[in-house]
Design a protein around this ligand. Structure first.
Ligand SMILES: [Zn+2]
Ligand SMILES: [Zn+2]
Ligand SMILES: [Zn+2]
Ligand SMILES: [Zn+2]
Ligand SMILES: [Zn+2]
Ligand SMILES: [Zn+2]
Ligand SMILES: [Zn+2]
Length: 219
């Protein structure tokens, strides 16, 4: 038993991880229990799906699509790239703006260039445009080592692994489970300007403050 047993548990784990928050749309590659297709036979469909993984993106995300900003109709790698370019002091105040993230509708596949509505799998070439995909936040990221998850109560994507965090309804945010019985509640804690990343509210996936909260409470 030993080795064989372990291997199949690992395979199931990989399978489960791929499915978390990132079910491919359209013809599903991972339906049923056929882990064999993922670990063993590399079907054409699967190869198309995985093509270019971690090879595309910007300073902020690894992803296989770019976005069409609904505000100025221009194409950017991500909303942070848009904001760095359009919301900087170099732009005159009348034209300066942030991308209204929830209004994002169109993405452009980085592999085949097809523009399409926000979805995980390219309608044209079948590539997965983001291994992590959140339909609510319209977020794509191939780098799943961040362990992204969407907290339905916070209404945003966070990093660090769902299993490591709990949502405190009084604070209105997610904290590390290490703090479960010891954190001092601050109502709407995460809705104040963040002193670390200087974002208003904590809407940044990359914001590591939820992790740093560990340290703040241990002062
Ligand atoms: Zn814009
Ligand atoms: Zn970017
Ligand atoms: Zn494509
Ligand atoms: Zn999300
Ligand atoms: Zn939460
Ligand atoms: Zn709390
Ligand atoms: Zn922050």
């Amino acid at each position: 038993m030993g080795a064989v047993q372990l291997e199949s548990v690992a395979a199931q784990h990989a399978h489960a991880k791929l499915n978390v928050d990132s079910l491919p749309q359209g013809p599903s590659l991972f339906d049923g229990n056929d882990t064999a297709r993922i670990d063993g036979s590399k079907s054409d469909e699967y190869e198309r799906f995985e093509k270019g993984l971690m090879q595309y993106g910007c300073a902020h995300y690894r992803r296989r699509c770019r976005i069409r900003a609904p505000c100025c109709n221009e194409i950017f790698d991500c909303r942070h790239c848009h904001n760095e370019s359009k919301n900087s002091i170099k732009i005159d105040t009348a034209r300066r703006h942030e991308l209204p993230r929830h209004e994002l509708q169109q993405v452009i596949c980085s592999l085949c260039g097809t523009e399409q509505e926000v979805r995980q799998t390219c309608i044209s070439c079948g590539v997965c445009m983001g291994k992590y995909f959140c339909e609510v936040c319209k977020l794509f990221d191939d780098d799943v080592s961040k362990e992204q998850y969407h907290c339905h109560v916070c209404g945003i994507c966070r990093i660090g692994g769902r299993e490591n965090f709990f949502h405190c309804s009084k604070c209105g945010c997610c904290y590390s489970k290490v703090l479960k019985n010891s954190h001092a509640c601050v109502e709407g804690a995460m809705h104040h300007d963040c002193p670390i990343c200087f974002e208003v509210g904590v809407q940044l996936l990359i914001c590591i403050c939820s992790i740093l909260f560990d340290e703040w409470f241990n002062f």
